[in-house]
Design a protein around this ligand. Structure first.
Ligand code: CO
Ligand code: ZN
Length: 371
């Protein structure tokens, strides 16, 4: 294994450029360019499908079975629905926006020519709030964006139209040696880990696909067609998961904790009609690899929310799927927080698993003959 690619410094640099890139669902182009640049020199082939999913294949020593390592490129955002005659933009959310965190945020709006226009989500000063208004949280539908324009014509001239996508504008900052804050760690953190692992593995027996998907935040759309296309023997999805280990939450509701290592998912959305029961042999093998290499890990059951792995698991006749998550605080806010040591643990686990798994074992996950 080329250990540098699953090390903290490489992952931090990569996370920074991925996180700071613009890429709401359906507009992942800038993120995809970075992924291509990172993987093209180590892959046997690289291609992009009609939706924008990116595939990179590294052939194995033996072949005969393939492993899909996947993470999504898109982030939550907004899309312009209306420009009023004073130049304010009305928007609809892309993905799960929380009204509690969006007031007063700075954003970027992608203009027709691809340039990014600075804007701010307007907020009401306390001085002009009615007494009961001060206690309420405005709805996402009441959000407007101020790009400094004074008329619809000026907005038009800038190149912003109905359909222009919007994302938060935030740089990555290091809070301390091991802790970073930034936007879109969901799922640029998972993407960094997958890229690192894909670059690090050498002489692995199985074929390995890196798949960077689109449109996860709007319903796991890219993953579904991507998994169908390559039909892997098994898939490991990599995403952030909730670390609710903060004031106001009882310990039993934490889901995961920062600093306790990669989360290996057992299930998500267990009470609902759509979610994942991770393929058990695959999940247990991930645990075994972590244990045998002294990588601390935590088991995860997430009660609300799911990931690309759910769509992959139900593709074709069923693809064995598991998830390794990066514990992250304040997910779907412009200031998500994670530990680099957890991220490094995820990347290492993926690389070690890929190098150690045999084609026969992987292929055997699919069907076992009873008679
Ligand atoms: Co998300
Ligand atoms: Zn995600």
């Amino acid at each position: 294994m080329k250990g540098g690619f699953v090390g903290k410094e490489y992952l931090l640099g990569l996370l920074r450029s991925l996180s700071e890139s613009f890429g709401p669902s359906g507009f992942e182009d800038a993120v995809r360019e970075i992924v291509i640049k990172e993987v093209e020199s180590v892959a046997d082939s690289v291609w992009v499908d009609s939706m924008g999913n990116l595939f990179a294949l590294k052939r194995g020593r033996k072949g005969g079975a393939s492993l899909m390592l996947t993470a999504h490129m898109d982030e939550i955002g907004f899309i312009v629905t209306h420009v009023d005659n004073r130049g304010f933009l009305r928007v609809a959310p892309i993905g799960g926006q929380s009204p509690r965190v969006i007031q007063g945020q700075r954003v970027l709006v992608r203009a027709r020519d691809g340039s990014l226009v600075k804007g701010v989500i307007g907020s009401k000063p306390p001085h002009v709030m009615k007494p009961d208004e001060a206690k309420q949280c405005p709805e996402v539908r009441d959000v407007y964006i101020d790009v400094g324009a004074t008329s619809a014509q000026e907005v038009e001239r800038i190149g912003i139209t109905v359909g222009s996508p919007v994302a938060f504008e935030r740089g990555l900052e290091r809070l301390n040696e091991d802790t970073v804050v930034g936007k879109a760690f969901d799922d640029r953190a998972g993407l960094a880990a997958v890229i690192g692992a894909f670059k690090a593995v050498e002489d692995q027996a199985v074929d390995v696909y890196l798949v960077a998907t689109v449109q996860e935040e709007v319903g796991l759309r890219g993953a579904q067609v991507a998994a169908y296309k390559i039909s892997p023997s098994a898939a490991i999805g990599v995403d952030t998961t909730i670390a609710a280990d903060v004031p106001g939450n009882e310990e039993r509701d934490w889901v995961t904790r920062l600093g306790a290592g990669p989360a290996i998912k057992v299930a998500d959305n267990p009470a609902s009609f759509y979610g994942l029961m991770a393929n058990r042999p695959l999940r247990e093998k991930l645990e075994e690899v972590a244990r045998s290499h002294g990588i601390p890990y935590q088991l995860e059951v997430l009660q609300g929310g799911t990931t690309d792995a759910s769509a992959i698991a139900l593709t074709k006749e069923g693809i064995p799927a598991a998830v390794v998550s990066v514990p992250t605080r304040y997910v779907h806010s412009p200031s998500e927080v994670l530990r680099l040591s957890d991220l490094e643990g995820v990347a290492k686990l993926l690389a070690l698993f890929t190098e150690e798994v045999s084609p026969d074992w992987l292929a055997g996950l699919s069907t076992s003959r009873v008679k």
